[in-house]
Design a protein around this ligand. Structure first.
Ligand code: SF4
Ligand code: SF4
Length: 401
């Protein structure tokens, strides 16, 4: 996607940067004992050119630019990232039907498991025929065993409950029991939750989990267009010692038009890392050019021209990019999951990954997908940011089914 927009000059510059990182940037520091007597996976290899931050109360010292592995299928890019000093890698049980974990496991085994941090995610619920049902602890344990086998390790550094949509779920006895047990028997060092929720549900999720006090890390959507209430919620969490990992940092990653002179993707990443309550960002990267592009941001502050670029970029994508503000949540009486469907469209149009968009769409139960929109003659859905929701929903349904 972004690879195509690089000019030849830009391409050469990126490669030069990449080589510089690889040849001169790496040195080794002593491992820190942050977890009992044995510094299991203490992340001993650090780069002089990478910035490291402490992941909240976990004490893990992770690279500010970390790696969202989800869509990557080229192991060489992971080796390149390791050479740059990236030491935190995020995957999930269901990414690429398990092949994502397998690829990461193979690379990290070769590189040295103890030098890096691995985060994976286990789905806490399944949806079938319109019902959302929590998984049993036993089936989550089975999934965890499978993930560990694929990752070729006997533990992960952070175990996330994946895609939480209800603030109460992580506190359910099956979920807590699962995470507690994984920590107790050493299969997970720390536990966290990931969520894509919108509006007040995002805030409620943060506050409910903080109140319970069990989870160590939040993996949450955060970018320069995030609602202020979401940003404040994450700040509260970090203040209480919860580690903050930012995802969806590029606000869709759409291809910018020619009239945007600076790089909106770099500007967007700078905005995220400029927030000191953020411990790391995990932009999804699928090739060396994107990796070099993101690494080019390290150590740079966001400036006036970056903000101008971001404003111009948003102006271009505002009819497509859902801010996840949640204002439209109750405007559809038929319970269409508007925000998830917008996310599916973003995977397709922004990330240029149609298969991911379709697969995510097809996981929606029929009662929540956009089938209802096809015959909706008097739409009540309304977007306060100007998106034509009914058109977008129909567009999704036509192409993803
Ligand atoms: S078009 Fe109708 S069914 Fe679809 S989201 Fe809007 S109100 Fe709901
Ligand atoms: S569709 Fe519009 S109103 Fe609804 S969450 Fe997205 S930006 Fe907000």
């Amino acid at each position: 996607m972004r690879e195509k927009q690089l000019t030849r000059r830009r391409f050469l510059k990126d490669l030069t940067l990449t080589c510089t990182y690889s040849t001169f940037g790496v040195h080794t520091l002593a491992a820190r004992n942050v977890w009992g007597k044995t510094p299991k996976g203490a992340g001993s290899k650090e780069s002089a050119t990478m910035e490291y931050r402490t992941l909240g109360k976990t004490g893990l010292k992770i690279s500010a630019l970390s790696f969202g592995v989800m869509r990557l299928s080229e192991p060489a890019v992971l080796f390149q990232a390791l050479d740059m000093g990236i030491n935190y890698f995020d995957t999930a049980h269901r990414y690429q039907n398990g092949n994502n974990e397998k690829m990461l496991g193979k690379v990290l085994k070769q590189y040295g498991r103890s030098k890096v941090f691995i985060a994976t995610k286990i789905p806490p619920y399944y949806k079938r025929f319109g019902n959302k049902r929590l998984n049993h602890q036993k089936s989550m344990e089975t999934m965890m065993e499978k993930s560990l086998r694929r990752l070729q390790t006997d533990y992960v550094d952070v175990l996330f409950l994946h895609n939480i949509t209800n603030p109460e779920w992580p506190l359910h006895e099956e979920m807590l029991g699962f995470c507690q047990k994984m920590k107790k028997i050493g299969k997970a060092r720390f536990a966290g939750i990931s969520f894509h929720t919108t509006g007040q549900t995002y805030v409620d999720t943060v506050d409910r989990i903080l109140e319970a006090g069990f989870y160590d890390v939040f993996l949450a959507t955060l970018n320069y267009k995030s609602p202020p209430a979401h940003i404040q919620a994450l700040k509260r969490a970090r203040h209480k010692g919860v580690g903050i990992v930012a995802m969806k940092t590029q606000a869709g990653g759409y291809k910018p038009e020619e009239n945007i002179s600076l790089n909106p993707h770099q500007a967007a990443l700078k905005w995220v890392l400029d927030n000191q309550f953020v411990d790391c960002a995990i932009p999804g990267m699928v090739n060396r050019q994107q990796l070099a592009e993101n690494a080019g941001v390290i150590g740079k502050k966001i400036g006036w021209s970056d903000r101008k670029t971001l404003a111009a970029y948003y102006d271009e994508v505002k009819d497509r990019y859902c801010l996840r503000c949640g204002s439209c949540t109750s405007s559809c009486k038929k319970q269409v999951d508007i925000s998830t469907i917008h996310r599916c469209l973003m995977y397709w149009e922004g990330y240029q990954d149609f298969d991911l968009g379709r697969a995510t769409y097809r996981r929606l139960p029929p009662t929540e997908n956009a089938l209802a929109c096809m015959g909706c003659t008097a739409p009540t859905c309304n977007c306060s940011n100007g998106i034509k929701i009914s058109e977008r929903m129909r567009h999704a349904h036509i192409h993803f089914t």
